[in-house]
Design a binder for this molecule. Sequence first.
Ligand SMILES: [Zn+2]
Length: 300
Amino acid sequence: MGEVFRLEAPYREPFVLERLSFGDGDGPVVACVAGLHGTELTGVHALNIVARTLGMLRVRGRVDILPLVNSFGVDQGTKRWPFDDRDVNQAFPGDPGGAPVERIAHALLAATRADVCVDVHSGSRVVRELPQVRVPLSGPELAHARAMELPMVWRRAGDRLEATGLVGAWREAGRAALHVVGGSAASLDVGHARLLANGILRLLASVGNIRGVTDPGESRVDTTRAGVSYHYSGCGGFWVPEVAVGETVGPGHLIGAVTEVIGGRRLEEVRADRAGVVATMRCYPIVHARELLARVAEAD
Ligand SMILES: [Zn+2]
């Protein structure tokens, strides 16, 4: 374990950014980051699985793993940097003389000089996301994304997080950057963490860091925005899902229902309008009108 950055804190242990490095140094370099957001812990577990696996293998080149960036946020159970409530992922490219989040961002960018970079996030506290990689419509990232064989590859024209965050800063610096998402915030989805870890190991095999891999990925959806249906609530109420993330549905399949919070009377049924895989599912049952309930993704 190596310390790559330290920030003195006024009345507690200092903030320390830790990096785990593997490999003989001669070959491709890959960097993997998780825990930029202090509530997104499935990615932390996924990178720890990757690290433990790499510890048992011969690794060519170098793989740098930073499983947890926002450790003070983790301490406090907050997504953001707790003291000024700033989002570390909105502080890139950072500034070595700036506010704490800007200094962390600057150090993180310097600590992830790699050919291929992976940033792992979760859904919000209210939605669970199928393990997926979000990439531009074309370019070098697309082949890397497909090599991961995660349950979903989502080709997207533009993404706010990717434009302003770490992923955007990596692309700006000429590094291939993959935005990976799985599970939901404030909870650990062990199954999703394993899928994410296996995807990252397949990526490392495809670029030549390691040999051989785990089993091939399961059924996958490779799609664009046109292949994804968004389902929003028509009214407020209590959301009762009928299917889970990763399940396959057909047109007319009942996805869930919004019911009265008290009494349970069914107010609204939500049904799939296409065949596909449930890519997103609301996991927090209280819902207001026009909030996201589910996404169904169909391969194009
Ligand atoms: Zn995040």
